[in-house]
Design a protein around this ligand. Structure first.
Ligand SMILES: NC(=O)c1ccc[n+]([C@@H]2O[C@H](COP(=O)([O-])OP(=O)(O)OC[C@H]3O[C@@H](n4cnc5c(N)ncnc54)[C@H](O)[C@@H]3O)[C@@H](O)[C@H]2O)c1
Length: 345
């Protein structure tokens, strides 16, 4: 291919910069334009990346720049509008997780992708984390036998994430981002990827850590997956612990303990002799590479899907399914009842 895929990035905060690094690493990609509503950030980002221009007006960027694809790294609350507008302008889109905050936003995004035929990828980055990839490979191959219980968690301390320019959209009391949909989506998506779509959820939630914020900060949800597998997701955004997504996958022959930050995953397997007599548990440590944030693999995959016209594995419906489970968890905790997940989009 002689022409590189020309990317624009919307929102050049923490994730925007990580995506820019991913674009720069890829020989088939080129950074064509950047957009942010904060001019000071945009000026600096353009200078740091050798761009002559920057944009604080999204319409202007779409009109003036010859771009093939947009990466949406703005706060969750504004994913829908930039994504739909770019798709309808004939651009492919990689939208950061969560796809959106509501199912109606997800539906609009799916519709825009369907109607335009442009590629829409949702950045469910845990599917690119080497430890989780290895864990899924082992589960799929039957290495730990039949799954019966899967659990994952999103444990963070949002009170310790400084806001850019003094503003933190994650905990803005007006924007009301629910942490289960915004952050817990990582754990939900990981379990969906490994165990399938849960049909029904039940959740409890409390607000004992970020008490000035009008949203619960800790949620525990249990759910029913296909083939009678049970699952659990814990999401806390005020906990005093270092960030990691500890995940346990329990099968009839063994158990996998893994996360997205450790250089190895642990597999415990039951050891039997030739007569089937129990000899004990074997513990295996499998090394994994944790040297990048894995968005480079997302960009690589999107480019492959564009060039070779392949379907995107984490397309709009996949992203929306993860939001749907999150929305059911939030509703269950509020109502104190089990909720069926609505996968209608
Ligand atoms: N995949 C992951 O592991 C991961 C990790 C962190 C964040 N995220 C997601 O990435 C997105 C960005 O998060 P972040 O941590 O980079 O946030 P950030 O606060 O570091 O950056 C957000 C940027 O968006 C800009 N912005 C704010 N409102 C805007 C608007 N209306 N239009 C255009 N730009 C706007 C801000 O000026 C800022 O530069 C969020 O959706 C978040 O959930 C994903």
């Amino acid at each position: 291919m002689d022409k590189k895929i020309r990317f624009a990035v919307a929102g050049i905060g923490g994730m925007g910069k990580t995506h820019i690094e991913g674009i720069k690493k890829n020989p088939l990609a080129e950074l064509a334009a950047i957009f942010d509503i904060n001019e000071e950030f945009a000026v600096k980002c353009a200078a740091d990346n050798g761009l002559e221009k920057y944009y604080t007006d999204f319409d202007k960027m779409l009109a003036e720049e010859d771009i093939d694809a947009l990466i949406v790294c703005t706060p969750d609350q504004v994913h829908r509008d930039y994504t739909v507008q770019a798709l309808r302008a004939g651009k492919h889109v990689l939208c950061e997780k969560p796809m959106a905050q509501t199912l109606s936003d997800c539906r609009e995004m799916v519709k825009a992708a369907d109607e335009t035929g442009m590629k829409l990828m949702i950045g469910q980055v845990c599917r690119k984390a080497p430890g989780f990839i290895k864990a899924k490979e082992l589960v799929d191959s039957g290495y730990i036998g039949d799954l019966f219980f899967v659990e994952s968690e999103y444990a963070h301390d949002y009170s310790r994430i400084p806001g850019r320019g003094g503003w933190q959209w994650r905990t803005d009391p007006v924007l009301l981002r629910h942490p289960v949909i915004g952050g817990g989506c990582h754990a939900i998506d990981l379990l969906r990827w490994i165990a399938g779509n849960p049909s029904e959820v039940f959740a409890y939630a409390n607000r004992k850590m970020l008490t000035s914020w009008p949203v619960d900060d800790c949620t525990v949800a249990v759910m029913k997956f296909p083939d009678d597998v049970i699952g659990k997701v814990m999401c806390s955004v005020g906990c005093k612990r270092s960030y990691t997504m500890r995940t346990c996958l329990y099968g009839s022959k063994g158990t996998i303990i893994c996360d997205n930050t450790s250089p190895e995953i642990t597999v415990m397997l039951e050891k039997l002799d030739d007569n089937g007599e129990y000899l004990g548990l074997d513990t295996e440590k499998i090394p994994v590479d944790i040297n990048n944030h894995n968005v480079a693999s997302e960009i690589e995959e999107l480019i492959d899907c564009i060039i070779n016209d392949k379907p995107v594995p984490t397309d709009g419906r996949e992203g929306a399914s993860t939001v749907a489970v999150g929305a059911a968890i939030v509703e269950s905790a509020a109502k104190g009842d089990k909720i069926e997940v609505d996968y209608n989009f």
